[in-house]
Write a new protein. Structure first.
Length: 155
């Protein structure tokens, strides 16, 4: 596989994405290599999946882990801990998992959860089309999508 054949890289490294649909999220962990988010881990009762960059994080991939990582410090600059911003998704079933973006332009995954029609979990490459003033490279950005479904007084 050519290292710049992004469609082939995405096909190969995203094959496991459909496997998480229907599973209930029990933990959302992030491995930080100071100061960057290096790996994001979805933990379920029966399995765990790691999401991380491929080809220098120009795209990301997902794969099943044999066991989830342990929380805590594994080196002076590396720590694995819960990502508290995603606590609202804990205990909820993934209703849909889809790819978003493209290579060098926000490639990532968006996860929808049962009972939360206006919130999604977003795990995306740091390379999302905007200049990064913090000089972060080869890492992830994590976010919560907030959607409005009808007119509200404050819109």
């Amino acid at each position: 596989m050519d290292s710049h054949d992004y469609p082939a890289i995405i096909r190969e490294h995203c094959k496991a994405l459909p496997e998480v649909v229907g599973k209930i999220l029990t933990q959302a962990l992030v491995q930080i290599v100071e100061p960057e988010f290096n790996v994001f881990v979805l933990v379920f009762a029966d399995s765990a999946y790691a999401i991380s960059g491929r080809v220098g994080a120009e795209v990301i991939g997902i794969h099943r882990l044999d066991t989830p990582p342990e929380e805590g410090t594994s080196s002076p600059i590396t720590v694995t801990k819960p990502f508290k911003m995603f606590d609202l998704f804990l205990g909820r079933r993934i209703a849909q998992a889809r790819m978003i973006g493209e290579a060098w332009n926000g490639h990532g995954f968006e996860f929808s959860f049962e009972g939360l029609p206006n919130r999604t979990m977003i795990v995306q490459s740091i390379y999302a089309g905007a200049e990064n003033e913090q000089e972060l490279h080869d890492c992830l950005r994590l976010g919560v999508g907030c959607y409005y479904l009808q007119d509200e007084p404050n819109l």
